[in-house]
Design a protein around this ligand. Sequence first.
Ligand SMILES: Nc1ncnc2c1ncn2[C@@H]1O[C@H](COP(=O)(O)OP(=O)(O)OP(=O)(O)O)[C@@H](O)[C@H]1O
Ligand SMILES: [Mg+2]
Length: 242
Amino acid sequence: MAVIAVYSVKGGVGKSTLAAALAWSSATVSRRHTLLWDLDVQGAAAFLTGHERPHGKQAASIFSRETAPADLVRHTRWDRLDLLPADDSLREIDSLFARIGKKRRLARMTEALSRDYERIILDCPPVLNSLSDQVIRAADLIVVPLPPSPLSRRALTAIRDELVRNHKKHPPILPVLSMVDMRRTLHREAVAEANGWPVIPMSTHLEQMATRREPIGAFAPSSPAAQAMARVWTGIERKLCS
Ligand SMILES: Nc1ncnc2c1ncn2[C@@H]1O[C@H](COP(=O)(O)OP(=O)(O)OP(=O)(O)O)[C@@H](O)[C@H]1O
Ligand SMILES: [Mg+2]
């Protein structure tokens, strides 16, 4: 089992889009039992897989062990892909983690879920707090979407600094250039400098995930963006299995 966190301290960089699309690839292309776990109160992962936001307030109580993950998991319409949706209780998640004081609580939960899943994809909120601490301790790989801009570079530096400062043993980071438009000079330069990092193009199809409410592979599998996504997923699988 492997845990892949899609994470950045910066908002709006394409984390949820990437998390939902990669989870679909994991379940459908790699045929792995996959859980897409939404840790962000905004609830984008449910939205992007066609599910309604839960009315209850139970998602956070998984961490205090009052609720079993299986009680909240929903099957999606794609074989092998399950969703653990966010709800309003996650607003309090930072203070809950501070209160329970167990730094590997999320890691323990994902370890227990390895009975049912081969891949767990975490859609993370853009925060640097006790939740991101838990994510770093649970993840086998941290995927960081990075639109080609100086501000995203700063976000990557902030994540690297945090890992070095507070997490002696930390998982590898995979930066993924996202929303790349090769007509723009800045973007072309970023790709040239990117040491072979994977590239996800700026794409109407990826944007449409939010109107169609399904991962790109399900409705435009031969589009350049879906193929780029498939390459990113294959690269992740290779990294995890090496
Ligand atoms: N490669 C892309 N091309 C075009 N639009 C994209 C691409 N990736 C994401 N988007 C769009 O950009 C917006 C932000 O994407 P998304 O919600 O995935 O980012 P996020 O990092 O999860 O945001 P937040 O920090 O709020 O959770 C959405 O409208 C999404 O449809
Ligand atoms: Mg998001």
